[in-house]
Design a protein around this ligand. Structure first.
Ligand code: SF4
Length: 435
């Protein structure tokens, strides 16, 4: 049923899932706008008559959220609020055939590498000249920079290679062009992302080339912070630490998902590393880059996990004292290697174990934050909210880590500015300070 008014098409893009998906949405937005099509991102009531939903298919909860979002817009279509609903992204890549049967009201489903085909629905072509000209949807002063797509790793629990394919690095000059354009448009912080950042270059340069890329990015004028996300521990390129130590605009921050603290489980998860080797790597990282903030992610309740394995994980968290930590409960995903194993840990026990680890991490984070009281830290102001300016230090990534709150009443600060803040108080996950 066509919406009543005969107005020009207007598109709204809805993004679910991770920052890599967000970059994909930004590339769709850039191509549509570059072809003269009106398009917004995550706009609530903006009268868009066409919706593109960029889905996530990683684990149960994420899949459910994607399906709920699709059904919500299918309802809106049936109510005449929108004319067309297109679905793309990981869930669509993974379950296209099933989704086409189960939700026929969706106008078309696309995979994670089908942008040109999606554009065809708007009777426009992919514009190569727009590569590197990405329009960002984050605050103007920071942007995600995807340096590679896909993954060659065999991790037992992970469906990402099924949805994103094999690892493909972007050529350095393309990445530098994109970084320069972002800097020209006001970006000061680049968050480097990929499925496996440390694999960068092995395909196109036949060597791990992240260190080289970092030096080139660090030379881009206007970029004050470069942040590394999704490093893989096994085969970690140690020369990256030298660049981090030598270049002040590379944040003393490293996100390195480790997934578990028991060697038996790391073997079962096909992570290619032991607990001992992991601890040795952590020691070397902290030695080479003193004061670095280490972020990690763990999985509770993976198939085959015993109470003893879990005790090992708790002990690992206690010993390693990560600055930042997140934990997922294991999701038994079809077509993954672990799907052939017995999903032996009951759901409530998975959640219980995740809670125990987060409670422990809360204490560790509280103690580490207390140590920051009295320090002067460089803070990037992200927004103003309920009477406070809210910012981050170089040890904090947007949306996942700690924030610094500065009372706004006697101060005027500009969003996107760096300010020198004296920390006056701290809680588990926030710092308080004054300029
Ligand atoms: S490194 Fe492992 S967990 Fe990460 S995307 Fe690749 S297969 Fe998945």
């Amino acid at each position: 049923m066509k919406t009543k008014s005969i107005k020009k098409d207007k598109v709204n893009i809805v993004t679910l899932g991770c920052s890599k998906n967000l970059v994909d949405s930004e590339e769709i937005l850039t191509q549509l706008r570059g072809n003269g099509i009106k398009v917004t991102h995550e706009a609530k009531k903006d009268g868009a008559n066409i919706v593109i939903i960029n889905t996530c298919g990683f684990i149960d909860n994420a899949k459910q959220e994607s399906i709920d979002t699709i059904l919500r817009y299918v309802d809106a279509k049936e109510n005449g609020e929108v004319d067309k609903v297109y679905v793309t992204g990981c869930l669509s890549q993974r379950y296209k055939d099933e989704l086409e049967v189960e939700i026929p009201a969706v106008d078309a489903f696309f995979g994670t590498r089908d942008l040109p085909m999606l554009l065809k629905k708007f009777k426009v072509n992919y514009k190569q000249e727009l590569v590197g000209e990405r329009i960002i949807t984050t605050a103007n002063h920071y942007a995600y920079l995807k340096i590679a797509e896909g993954c060659d790793r065999p991790c037992s629990f992970c469906a990402i290679p099924l949805m994103r394919g094999k690892h493909v690095s972007k050529p350095i000059d393309e990445i530098i062009k994109e970084a320069k354009n972002l800097a020209k448009n006001g970006t000061k912080e680049l968050l480097l992302i990929a499925q496996d950042l440390t694999y960068y270059g092995l395909d196109i340069y036949k060597k791990r080339n992240l260190a080289d890329l970092l030096r080139n990015l660090s030379d881009v004028e206007g970029i004050e912070w470069i942040r590394l996300h999704y490093a893989f521990p096994a085969g970690f390129p140690m020369d990256v630490l030298d660049v981090m130590a030598e270049r002040p605009n590379i944040c003393n921050y490293l996100d390195m998902p480790l997934q578990h603290g028991s060697t038996r489980m790391l073997k079962l998860m096909r992570r290619g590393i032991t607990r001992e080797k992991t601890e040795d790597l952590i020691y070397k990282i902290r030695e080479k880059v003193p004061g670095i903030a280490l972020r990690t992610t763990l999985i509770a309740g993976h198939a085959g996990e015993t109470e003893d394995d879990f005790e090992d994980m708790v002990d690992f968290v206690e010993q390693s004292r990560f600055e930042r930590l997140g934990i997922f409960t294991y999701s038994h995903e079809e077509q993954t290697h672990a799907y052939g194993m017995d999903d032996n840990v009951p759901t409530e026990v998975k959640q219980e174990r995740a809670n125990i680890v987060m409670e422990l991490q809360e204490q560790i984070s509280f103690q580490k934050n207390q140590d920051k009281i009295g320090q002067h830290l460089k803070v990037l102001i992200d927004r103003k909210e309920s009477g406070n300016y809210v910012g981050r230090t170089e040890f904090d990534s947007p949306e996942v880590d700690n924030e610094v709150l500065i009372e706004a009443k006697d101060t005027y600060l500009r969003i996107g500015d760096f300010v020198n803040v004296q920390i006056t108080d701290a809680t588990e996950f926030d710092l308080y300070g004054k300029v």
